[in-house]
Design a protein around this ligand. Structure first.
Ligand code: THU
Length: 161
């Protein structure tokens, strides 16, 4: 038996002002998506914005349904928007934020397991990592360089070949 360690690497910013202007703009667009979130069941509002290397930004927010399993997360709405407009793309960064009107969140919103898997597929498609910026009510921002940090030992197309 040998023990292996998988590291989780993350930068923490206490304020958005410490980030470059284009990243601030992307995060602002993710925050604006909170106004469009359709979450009458959970009341948990999530916004996302994906920035391409050509400067385009695609946004998304969670969309819920009375048939609960049909709910779709903000990250996937934003990423599938990219996939539905581009055959080839390079997503540089993805911003995710959340707001629960009943209870301000102290920690930044982290993507659910299903969204981590989808982010991993998009990284595979573009053959490069996506930098994640996670934030929430506290204003604190986590910067994570690629999904491998929060989805170690992931299942990807490589497992099928
Ligand atoms: N949600 C997201 O949009 N992204 C996540 O990564 C976590 C969860 C949404 C789904 C559902 O509409 C609500 O948040 C509560 O789970």
């Amino acid at each position: 038996m040998k023990r292996e360690k998988y590291n989780f690497d993350c930068e923490v910013f206490e304020s958005i002002d410490l980030l470059p202007k284009d990243i601030q703009h992307m995060i602002a667009l993710a925050e604006d998506q909170l106004n469009y979130s359709y979450a009458p069941y959970s009341n948990f509002l999530v916004g996302a914005a994906a920035m391409l290397d050509n400067g385009e930004i695609h946004t998304g927010c969670n969309q819920e349904n009375a048939s609960y399993p049909l709910c779709i997360c903000a990250e996937r709405v934003a990423l599938y928007s990219v996939g539905s407009k581009h055959k080839e793309f390079k997503i540089k960064a993805l911003a995710i934020t959340a707001h629960n009107p009943a209870k301000p969140n102290e920690d930044p919103c982290t993507p659910c397991g299903a969204c981590r898997q989808v982010i991993q597929e998009f990284e595979h498609r573009q053959d490069g990592p996506i930098t994640l910026y996670l934030t929430g009510d506290s204003g604190k921002i986590l910067k994570i360089e690629g999904i491998k940090n929060i989805l170690p030992l992931s299942f990807s197309m490589n497992n099928l070949l």
